[in-house]
Design a protein around this ligand. Structure first.
Ligand code: PMT
Length: 221
């Protein structure tokens, strides 16, 4: 393939986990390392794109001059950054593992241990970034989501594809060895809104990113 499939295209990518603060020392998070999203950012700039990479708390570095990195912590911050960047973009790829809920209050001081008994955390829903971008998507813009599933994978992925108004969704399952969080490999199925489904073999996250970028490029022509 040529190295210019995404020449001058502006792509917004979300990556990594979000942290939802409980108090100054604790949070609710997840196991996302950011590797998949950062591999996508790299694959996009290799094809000539200008990337805005909205990253949750991860320990990865970005060096390419065409990757503009925006570091955020919470789902709300990621939502604000994504809503600001997407209107100027040609495409969005939503690879972040966004917390669906956050504690309803963030304690100003460290919560002390109760000597006896249980404690309850009350959670309230976060905004759905993918669905929010899907709702403001313009003609010609392409929106790509991920689905991380543990059961009834295809049905859940297709539900998210429709609900969030995506053009295609990248399904990865925690039932597949070497897929999902933290590892250097992934195994994906791409399902598009026409209902076409293509399963790929286990590959490095760099290789998976190239497959996703190739699919994206066909829709941005
Ligand atoms: O970071 P790594 O360690 O490399 O791991 C990669 C990964 C497993 C995190 C990645 O491949 C992946 O699957 N990312 C999506 C994880 C996820 O939260 O999936 P979901 O099925 O819960 O969400 C569906 C889609 O909606 C995703 O595109 C997600 O980014 C988006 N979403 C979800 C909730 C929310 N509040 N806002 C969103 O935008």
């Amino acid at each position: 393939a040529s190295q210019t499939q995404l020449e001058k295209k502006k792509i917004v990518i979300t990556a990594g986990p979000t942290y939802e603060k409980i108090d100054p020392v604790r949070f609710i998070g997840n196991y996302s390392s950011g590797k998949m999203g950062f591999a996508l950012a790299e694959a996009c700039v290799q094809q000539g794109a200008e990337v805005t990479l909205i990253a949750g708390p991860v320990s990865l570095k970005t060096v390419h001059p065409n990757i503009k990195r925006v570091d955020v912590e919470s789902a709300e911050e990621m939502y604000q950054a994504a809503m600001a960047a997407f209107p100027k973009a040609d495409a969005g790829i939503l690879c972040a593992a966004v917390a669906d809920y956050r504690p309803d209050v963030q304690a100003a001081e460290k919560i002390k241990r109760e000597t006896k008994g249980e404690m309850t955390l009350r959670l309230v829903p976060n905004k759905d970034i993918a669905a929010s971008l899907g709702a403001i998507k313009r003609e010609g813009q392409v929106l790509v989501g991920f689905a991380l599933e543990t059961n009834d994978e295809a049905a859940h992925a297709e539900g998210k594809l429709k609900r969030k108004n995506l053009d295609f969704i990248v399904l990865n399952s925690l039932r597949d060895a070497g897929a999902g969080f933290r590892c250097d490999t992934n195994k994906i199925t791409i399902i598009d809104k026409e209902g076409e489904s293509v399963a790929y073999p286990l590959k490095s996250k760099q290789g998976v990113a190239v497959d996703i970028v190739n699919k994206l490029a066909t829709l941005l022509k």
